[in-house]
Design a protein around this ligand. Sequence first.
Ligand code: ADP
Length: 629
Amino acid sequence: MSRQSDKSKCTRFVPAWQLNLRAWKMMFRESPGYFVSNLASSVCEALAPYATILLSAQILSELAGNRDPQQLAFWAGLTVAVTALLALAGGALKQWSGYERDSLDVQRFKCVADKMTVMDYAELDRQEVYDHYSQVQQNDNWRGVGLNEAMRLFPDFCKSVVQVAGGIGLTLTLFFTDLPAGSPLAFLNSPLSMLLILAAMVTAVLASSACSSKAMLLTNSNVELIREANRYSNFYGIMALEHVRAADLRIYRQQENVCRHYMDSFTARFLGVDGPLFATARGPVGLLMGLSQALSALLTCAVYLFVCLKSWGGAFDVGLVTRYVGSATQLFGGISLLLQTLGEIRANGEFLEVLFRLLDRPDRMYRGSLTTEKRSDRNYQVEFKDVSFRYPGTDRWALRHVNVKFRIGSRLAVVGPNGSGKTTFIKLLCRLYDPTEGEILLNGIDIRKYRYEDYMDIFSVVFQDFRLLALPLGENVAGAADYDRALAEGCLRGAGFGERLDAMPKGLDTVLYKELDQDGVEVSGGEAQKIAIARALYKDAPFIVLDEPTAALDPIAEADIYAKFDAIAGDKTAIYISHRLSSCKFCDAIAVFDGGSIVQTGCHENLVADETGLYHRLWQAQAQYYTKE
Ligand code: ADP
């Protein structure tokens, strides 16, 4: 309901204009060059025709009057020089503004990406946020509306304002130059007839613009359909590039089937001749655009008639006919463009509203102000007190009544079947989510009361679904462009990546993957996992969390990591999630998760000995598996 009223508010002019101004201000901070170049280019483009009109009117006046060859040569030379200069300046400015336009795309994407990368992690889980983000992307990609459109409208707006101002300046005297008293057309001098003529012209301009802006609103009314069409086109286009699908597509020969589905639904529902998009374009939109053009043509005829009649009646010479006709045509063109631009600004309001609603999304997580004090003794004690958690938008408890305390410097193993809540437990520990019930304490104080960034700083985590960036290896490890190279190398060697590092063409400067660099190096899942472990080591946080750290490693590399685990963890508090129970033997304590709760705790020997417990069953299952092997 409120979304609906927001939408209708933004299709009104004033709110839409305010949103548009906000977009211009925001982008001005990112890219002032775009605005300066487009302003200069638009002014030049708008004034150039007037210069030509003024100067050629002088030539015609001279031809119709004194016919002085010297004067004629002067005006002709000046016309050529000014026209050439304006054309050159216009061309150069267009080039500049075109270049600025291209770089603006980067800034545009950055505005949205900046928000998405700092937004509360929990927000990203919400379907509504995902849909909202997709809506912004699709508006931008498919129709070019929203921020893209606001930027496109800036030069049009500047140009139309200057064009109207110039036109008024040059045509004003048309209405105040009287016909001689005896002229049969002297009635045109009367203020009433002047007013009538002016009113008729303004009405024609307004009606023509109203038609084209109505046509545009009708086109916009298909926005939902267009978005859906975009989803389809993206689906096939992007799928073709997705490396993860490439093998399946080939093995199962899915191309033809997918393409058929895509083409059938795409043409039938969107782009077919009988589809709704074409029906709107053929019917009302076509009619309105035609009417708009017809009215403009009529208006030009009327201007010609009025100016010629005044000249014929003796109000001014033939040179001024050219000037008035030319500048009036420019003036009406300018008014038309201005009205059209204002209409487009209005129509764009609803898309900017969607964008700014995304950029203004408040963070929900409470962010305290206490600092965690960078303690050299790493004396950080974390405790879960009766913590329960449900993921946003779900009813199921992913964690229920979890109580656990980490002893400083200890190694805790977290085990349990799939879906038992192990990763969720880690995500709460790192404050990617806040508990739904209960609290997590750091040195006796609720973690929500600490500064968020400070709290994050005490954890190094290797998530199961970690991702590396298509950047140089060293930057991946250090998370920065400026880093301690010796330390980064040491961490890579510590994580078992030494041999591979030695074989890399540019060592730490080797770019990973080929997304951004064609010389980039592909790394296997296991190698990537080692780099991710090195990244966690480089951060050197008091807590190190490894979620299935050896899942992608071969048995030798896995054994190597186990052997080095104590060295890797050092004096840190280590939390270790693993399916391989044999790897938990060396941990001081083991927490067994089941259905979101901790069902057992203890050391390996005690837990194995408890034959009624889940740990024993899990251990037996794995032992059996290995025995059979
Ligand atoms: P584990 O790490 O033990 O395999 P998880 O902590 O990943 O288990 O998941 C615990 C439960 O929470 C599962 O039922 C899972 O389906 C659910 N879950 C995990 N992530 C999400 C999410 N982002 N949104 C909703 N439910 C989730």
